[in-house]
Design a protein around this ligand. Sequence first.
Ligand code: 9UX
Length: 69
Amino acid sequence: MVTTTEIAVKGMTCSGCVNSVTKALRAVEGVAGVHVSLEDNRATVTFDDAIVTLEDLKEAIEDAGYDVG
Ligand code: 9UX
């Protein structure tokens, strides 16, 4: 099922960070859409939960150098 979730992202301080998080999430197989807000410290991700889990998404953000939660 394709679903949308919001993930709190810590440590983004400029638009470059937004680009990094966006690219990291888009690279994950099963992700259909990504919007990252610097102002709200949040990533909104649309994904197919048969392919990718919320944990995978959080891992991708952490691997890019940011904290979640
Ligand atoms: Mo901006 Mo973010 O110079 O890792 S890209 S602070």
